[in-house]
Design a binder for this molecule. Structure first.
Ligand code: GRF
Length: 314
């Protein structure tokens, strides 16, 4: 399964970026870091990322309007195929256009138990308030500062005699544990088989008289009183593939498609000889228009004639 592509934005040390990066080295980590970008060219985290072979981008934001600078960052993210953005000590407010574009796919880490102590000088505020417990929060980025839906938190005890600096050290430990875990969970939720199945199901069941049932461990979609027109499979027989099987009109077409795009199409075991084709859903960006068109065609060849006429006007 290809891993979700994450761009990280930093302005300073980048220890959270490092935590995300080293966590991504684990075989089972569902994301990879494809870019580390900064508005501070001297940010120490950039040198670390570069030394680890991660593409870096640095540009001083001075002299550029917020939206202009964000458009530069956005273009870099696009150039590296980023699907998610992790802010890790990125000390700039983002423009509304950037936040809107990345909504649901942009996270931030904040060194307090939000909603307590938003903004800067957090550890000083915790000590001034006499809090017994503080911590770290990962949340989705929304237009309001440090305000988006909370994805995860870790509590950190405040010790007698703590200073802002001593507290910051322990909160950093907590952050480094929390951020990779929450990011991994978010990308798995957004790109995992359950999400793909939900999308396929919505398209398949929108077709006339379409129903679903489990068949040989796969989610099968069939026409009432007719045949199956689609199967969703994920790691079937342990092959690690997530795909949709649909019916082509003939075996020659199946061969042609595989020839044209062998990354996307494949000949499925057992089903292949009767003209079914596999469409990979785990190769990154899924072309959902193509999936929808295939489901409709497959429905057409599987539906009883009287129903198939309906789809012509559907
Ligand atoms: C972290 O405490 C993070 O919560 C805050 O900025 C700090 C960045 O530290 N947003 P680092 O650069 O990741 O070491």
């Amino acid at each position: 399964m290809p891993r979700a592509r994450v761009g990280v934005l930093i302005s300073g040390t980048g220890s959270n970026m490092a935590a995300l990066l080293y966590a991504s080295r684990a075989d089972d980590c569902p994301y990879e870091i494809v870019l580390v970008a900064s508005n501070v060219p001297s940010a120490p985290g950039l040198a670390l990322a570069a030394a680890e072979g991660v593409p870096v981008f640095a540009r001083d934001h001075k002299g550029l309007k917020r939206a202009e600078f964000d458009a530069l960052i956005d273009a870099e993210l696009a150039r590296h195929g980023a699907e998610f953005v992790a802010l890790a000590g990125y000390m700039r407010l983002l423009s509304p256009a950037f936040v809107a574009k990345w909504q649901g796919r942009c996270l931030n880490i904040h060194p307090s138990l939000l909603p307590a102590h938003k903004g800067l000088d957090v550890h000083e505020a915790v000590l001034a308030a006499g809090d017994a417990v503080t911590g770290a929060t990962v949340h989705l980025v929304t237009p309001e500062l440090d305000d988006g839906p909370i994805l995860g938190q870790t509590r950190v005890a405040v010790l007698p005699g703590d200073t802002a600096a001593s507290l910051a050290v322990r909160v950093h430990y907590a952050e480094h544990q929390l951020y990779p875990r929450v990011l991994a969970r978010l990308v798995a939720e957004r790109t995992g088989p359950e999400v793909l199945l939900a999308r396929v199901r919505a398209l398949a069941l929108a077709l006339p008289a379409a129903e679903e049932k489990l068949s040989h461990g796969m989610n099968g979609f069939f026409v009432t009183g007719g045949k199956f027109f689609g199967y969703f499979l994920s790691n079937h027989h342990g092959d690690g593939i997530t795909a949709l099987l649909v019916k082509t009109s003939e075996v020659e077409e199946q061969a042609q498609l595989i020839d044209q795009d062998p990354e996307l199409y494949y000949r499925p075991a057992y089903f292949g000889p009767s003209g079914w084709i596999g469409i990979r859903l785990d190769m990154g960006d899924v072309d959902w228009d193509n999936v929808e068109a295939w489901l409709a065609r497959s429905w057409q060849v599987s539906a009883p004639k009287r129903l198939a006429r309906i789809l012509a006007d559907f």
